[in-house]
Write a protein that binds this ligand. Structure first.
Ligand code: PMP
Length: 414
């Protein structure tokens, strides 16, 4: 089990198997969405009793709601090591954050071909346009190629992923930031997959903007954040038009606020923001060292177990990446990823993701056009989940009987 404070809701949910028995759900799809932490669920429950209109009412509950909402911003800023003058915009998720920022970039954007579609399509639609550079077989060569392109092109922004949602690989952000800045570009980091696994310090690493999603960070759906420099955003058209984003409205037009309010028209998602901030605070209180140690043991065993199974290929982008978060994508020779995932679910109660992971160019590059299977681990993952997956994949690949497990009282036991 992971650190006690990181206990997730629904950790022992049972799911039906094809043979009519039940198994404890082995959720190995945390990279898609991670179950809420108990601390988050408790805080949401408490907050539900206290909320009322934010920024719009003088009543006591409105004041409480407004402070909770603003406190959530402060927490999220602290979580990513924001500079004092950075702003925290509450958004719906990473996709929303990137779409918002893309409207404000005053020039061309450089991006790699390994990105999640959320960190590609909004930039391509931005006014200044985007160049998509091919990632090369090593990180060193890829970073050198980025530097060459930044030197010859006139880029306002370099956008990279903090951790790949397909392979978990991590780029050295401080080095990338330095290169971007030396050529007059800012750096945006898609931290949807990084934030749940590694501490982020944008001030120390020189990252200008970061985006993250609550539902990948052990909070429920509906809230995310965009954190970073406000000047471009102050000059941009409001992302949403409506109440709260204006200083004065006439029948002919409006004067728009500056700062975060400019882009947050409409009644905000207070509960979502509180949930996201609570998840961030809890992860910080536990400390990433404990979480990383928990995940490293599990993901190490997963890599080692998969490596012993013939016909299994684990995807990676770079030969020299030094660090990877707990996301493992693999293909099984001769077996459809959709079949593998359906088998794991129906026969073993294991949840994984299959497909092309919203990263079609990357899957093509990896020779996985037909898709692959992704297992991802986190705070709520146990050693038993990982062993169950390895045993089931081994059975599929080799027909070797599953001896490590038996079904007892309708549940998988070691
Ligand atoms: N970027 C990465 C790296 C992701 O993994 C995801 C989610 N799969 C996203 C962006 C988009 O996140 P969301 O769906 O929460 O907007």
């Amino acid at each position: 089990q992971g650190p006690a404070l990181l206990e997730a809701v629904g950790a022992s949910t049972s799911v039906p198997l094809a043979n009519g028995t039940w198994a404890t759900y082995a959720n190995l799809d945390l990279a898609a969405s991670a179950p809420a932490l108990r601390a988050v669920a408790d805080r949401v429950n408490t907050t539900l009793q206290w909320y009322a209109s934010v920024h719009r009412g003088a009543g006591y509950l409105s004041q409480v709601s407004t402070s909770l909402y603003e406190a959530a911003r402060l927490s999220l800023g602290a979580f990513v090591g924001a500079r004092p003058d950075d702003e925290v915009l509450i958004t719906r998720n990473t996709t929303d954050s990137i779409n918002l920022l893309a409207r404000s970039v005053p020039g061309r954007i450089l991006v790699l071909d390994i990105e999640h579609h959320a960190n590609l399509l909004p930039w391509q639609a931005a006014a200044g346009g985007a160049t998509v550079l091919n990632a090369l077989p090593t990180q060193a060569a890829t970073i050198a190629a980025l530097e060459d392109e930044l030197a010859v092109g006139d880029y306002a922004l370099l956008a990279v992923t903090g951790a790949s949602n397909v392979t978990g690989e991590i780029l050295p952000l401080a080095q990338v930031a330095e290169i971007a800045h030396s050529h007059g570009a800012r750096l945006f980091v898609d931290a949807a997959q990084l934030a749940p696994h590694r501490p982020i310090d944008i001030a120390a690493t020189g990252v200008d903007y970061v985006a993250l999603s609550g539902h990948k960070l052990y909070a429920p759906y509906g809230a995310g954040a965009l954190i970073g420099r406000i000047d471009w955003l102050d000059d941009a058209e409001p992302y949403l038009r409506g109440g709260g984003a204006v200083t004065n409205v006439t029948t002919r037009g409006a004067e728009w606020q500056r700062g975060v309010a400019r882009h947050e028209a409409g009644s905000p998602n207070v509960i979502g923001a509180v949930a996201l901030a609570t998840a961030a605070e809890t992860l910080q209180a536990v400390g990433f060292a404990a979480l990383q140690a928990h995940e490293a043991a599990l993901v190490g065993r997963l890599h080692q177990g998969l490596a012993t199974i013939p016909g299994v290929r684990v995807a990676r982008i770079w030969e020299d990446s030094a660090d990877r978060v707990a996301v493992v994508t693999f293909a099984l020779a001769g077996l459809e990823p959709g079949f593998v995932a359906a088998y794991l679910s129906a026969e073993h109660g294991i949840g994984v993701r299959d497909g092309r992971f919203c990263a079609h160019p990357l899957l093509r590059k990896l020779g996985l056009d037909q898709g692959a299977v992704r297992a991802s681990v986190g705070a709520s993952t146990t050693g038993e989940h990982v062993e169950r997956l390895i045993a089931a994949v081994r059975w599929l690949a080799t027909g070797q009987p599953i001896r490590e497990y038996e079904v007892r009282d309708g549940a998988w036991t070691l």
